[in-house]
Every structure is written in C-alpha cells, then in structure tokens.
Design a protein around this ligand. Structure first.
Ligand SMILES: [Fe+2]
Ligand SMILES: [Fe+2]
Length: 148
C-alpha cells in the first residue's frame, strides 16, 4: 500500500512538473516501509541518491516554468528550493562521510518539506502556468543586464 498517492488536486498545471512531483511522492512511498527496518541502508541510500539528483532537475525546470509564465514571486520560491536542496545535499555528503542515515529522518524531510511545498507553494503558481502572464520586459534581467 502506498503511504501517499498523487491526486489531481495536487496538480500544478503542467504534466511535466506533475510527473516530477509524482516521482518525489514515489521516493516517500519507497522510504515508508524502510522506517524502523534493519539492514536496509542500501535502499535508504538509493532513495537519497535519486532524490538528490532528481530534485535539482525538478527545481530548475520549475523555476524556468515560473519565470516563463510570469509568476511574480519566483525569486522567493527559488530561495525555498535552494534551502531544500542544501539540506538534501548535506544529507548526501553525511552519508558519503560514513554517517548513518535514518529512514525516518529522511522521510520526515521529504514529507514535511517537499510535500508541504508541493501542496502549498507550488500550487500558488498554478494559475500562471494555466494562463501565462505576458512577460514584462526586463523583469528577468539582473542589474548588470544579464538574464537570470
Ligand atoms: Fe515542485
Ligand atoms: Fe517548488
């Protein structure tokens, strides 16, 4: 049985991004049976590795979609992504340095953060993806004139 199922009410208005979110949910479902289980370190590490690789791809794609759709709060959203990625990357380097990784700790991070982020913050840009705002000239340009 799945711990959490993706449902259409989680949709953010993009098949690609919804597909990514389903993969994050899949990581959570893979971890759930590993909580409290003995000798499953390799499986826990495999979930962390797919999450670390995948979350980066997802965040970049999502940031691009938000910018293209004219979502005005994309910078704050990107900052949240950066903070989430730092923690996932930190866990990965802990493991590489031989520190034990607890399935429950990883599960809590994915659940409390990524899922709450998808259901809360990600849904805020949904209407922009469905009805993109005309791109305001210069908004996505740094003060030095370079694009973000
Ligand atoms: Fe997302
Ligand atoms: Fe996001």
């Amino acid at each position: 049985m799945q711990f959490i199922e993706w449902s259409p009410k989680m949709s953010v208005g993009s098949d690609v991004l919804d597909g990514h979110h389903r993969m994050i949910i899949d990581c959570l479902n893979r971890l759930h049976p590993l909580i409290g289980a003995e000798g499953r370190d390799e499986e826990i590490h495999a979930v962390l590795a797919s999450l670390e690789e995948f979350v980066l791809i997802h965040f970049s794609e999502e940031e691009l979609c938000m910018k293209k759709a004219g979502y005005p709060d994309w910078r704050e959203h990107k900052e949240q992504h950066d903070r989430m990625y730092d923690v996932v990357f930190g866990l990965k380097s802990d493991v590489e340095h031989g520190r034990a990784l607890d399935a429950k700790a990883l599960f809590d991070i994915i659940y409390n953060w990524l899922i709450q982020h998808i259901l809360g913050e990600d849904r805020k840009y949904e209407s922009y993806l469905r009805n993109p705002a005309p791109e305001p000239e210069g908004l996505w340009t740094r003060s030095n004139g370079r694009p973000y």
